[in-house]
Design a protein. Structure first.
Length: 483
């Protein structure tokens, strides 16, 4: 990972020296539009089960990169003998496995040298999912966590894909970038070399930079995006509670893809930023210490890698690759009820509510059962809330949020909304109700929320009341059904 944040502009690159075409053009295909990857999370079909990536094999690649650095002045900096030897190591393995491999000379790089592009010959050429990692390191050390971990993770995934040779629904392309540490120059050169049509073929770019940090965390680029959904789904299945990769924003090779309008995501385990106490509590490790204590230092050797963190990243890449590009058609919808305890009969879990909101008080009867959520109704100024984090599976045809709402109010005059209930999913406000929506009984309210497919978001009800005359917002039987 490079050490400073980029500006938003994209510099123009020089395209001389490209050795072979980078994108296979289909014989008959109209240029597709650039769209977000939407194939994420169905793991139910045994035929689509992702392989387990051998951590031993990934570590063997790390050992090779470390040996290459040792034999070439102690580093694998772009343009150096260590970098060239690293590229040749990856290239030879890929060619032996049957990949179409090309080198792209980056003439505008600070240290002019080659990107390595490998494409598996299966799937439609105008439907491409791309996985990338930077192959270069800094001059100060061998660059094993930064970024032989990402390079080795992709290399082993590429070799496993070739060995299994499954039926492909999309074309898979791998890239190992040069000159990342000098300003993301290799990936910028590649993106600028693509025509508008070729960019449209790229349905997603996934970046892997520092995925084995010894005091690491579990970070995902644009963690709530649809593109990130398969990466997040795998780590969610391990109970890891991944977070947004804030530290890495604008600092690695996904940046220029994102600037070009190509959907992006990726894994990271952290660099020089310090692990918080909350992160140490849920992930282990040492609070207030750097995720990678050897970041950009000579001690970034094979000893500077967590096998556990690296293994989880390698397997997550395989899961995403298989879900995005392998199999025989549209993934199965793992649908059903998403909201838990929607009738409030099982106590407050997993809801988070203001004191007294979930209640069986007889003054406002439940629609069904004994319990409901009763917000406000105090006749005094205040705010009360009711929330639950929900995960919407991807791949379903419909997503419907419903709840039953009874509004009882003492506000009897005028047309002013004195007291309000706001319903939100994530950062989107679905509806706002007030004392003007009073009703003698419960009324069902329903919303299509398909735009949140593949995301984990918070369902939130917030009631606000002014200083006089009560309005009660009573909610029961909340459902969010994917089908």
């Amino acid at each position: 990972m490079r050490g400073r944040t980029l500006s938003a502009g994209i510099a123009l690159a020089v395209f001389a020296g490209m050795t072979v075409p980078l994108v296979a053009q289909p014989a008959t295909a109209s240029p597709p539009t650039a769209t977000t990857v939407t194939r994420p999370i169905a793991a139910s079909a045994a035929a689509l089960a992702a392989p387990d990536i051998s951590i031993t094999n990934v570590q063997a690649h790390l050992t090779q990169f470390n040996a290459i650095a040792t034999s070439n002045g102690g580093n694998r900096r772009a343009g150096s003998a260590g970098y060239t030897a690293s590229l040749n190591y990856v290239k030879t393995r890929l060619q032996s496995a049957g990949y179409t491999v090309s080198e792209q000379y980056c003439s505008s790089c600070r240290y002019p040298s080659n990107n390595l592009i490998a494409e598996w010959p299966g799937g439609p050429a105008d439907q491409v999912v791309m996985f990338g990692a930077h192959l270069d390191g800094v001059a100060a050390g061998p660059g094993i966590n930064d970024n032989a971990t990402g390079s080795s993770t992709l290399l082993e995934n590429a070799l496993v894909l070739a060995a299994q040779n499954p039926t492909m629904t999309k074309r898979v392309r791998f890239a190992w970038w040069t000159d990342e540490e000098q300003g993301l120059n290799g990936s910028r050169f590649y993106v600028n070399s693509l025509s508008a049509t070729q960019r449209g073929y790229l349905k997603g770019y996934y970046n892997f930079d520092m995925v084995g940090s010894t005091n690491g965390g579990y970070f995902i680029n644009r963690v709530t995006s649809t593109t990130a959904a398969p990466l997040k789904a795998y780590w969610d299945s391990l109970g890891l509670q991944p977070e947004e990769n804030v530290e890495g924003q604008g600092r690695s090779d996904d940046y220029y893809f994102q600037q070009a309008g190509i959907p992006t995501s990726g894994y990271a385990a952290g660099a020089s930023a310090r692990k918080t106490s909350a992160q140490a509590a849920k992930w282990g490790g040492t609070a207030n210490s750097a995720y990678d204590p050897c970041y950009h230092r000579s001690c970034d050797t094979t000893a500077n890698v967590s096998a556990t963190v690296l293994n989880r990243a390698a397997d997550g890449v395989a899961y995403a690759l298989w879900q995005l590009a392998v199999g025989g058609g549209t993934p199965t919808c793992t649908g059903g009820q998403v909201v838990a305890n929607g009738g409030f009969e099982s106590g407050s879990t997993p809801w988070t509510a203001s004191s007294g909101v979930i209640t069986n008080a007889s003054a406002q009867p439940a629609r069904t059962g004994s319990y409901k959520a009763w917000l406000n109704g105090n006749g005094s100024s205040g705010t009360e809330s009711l929330t639950q984090s929900v995960t919407l599976p991807a791949g379903c045809a419909s997503y419907t949020l419903s709840f039953w709402l009874h509004i009882d109010t003492a506000e009897t005059t005028g047309s002013t909304a004195y007291d309000r209930l706001t319903v939100q999913l994530g950062s989107t406000t679905l509806a706002t109700y007030s004392n003007l929506n009073r009703a003698s009984g419960y009324v069902q309210r329903s919303f299509s929320v398909a735009g949140f497919a593949g995301q984990t978001v918070t369902l939130r009800f917030t009631g606000t009341e002014d200083s006089s005359l009560q309005t009660s917002f009573v909610i029961d039987d909340v459902t969010l059904v994917a089908s």
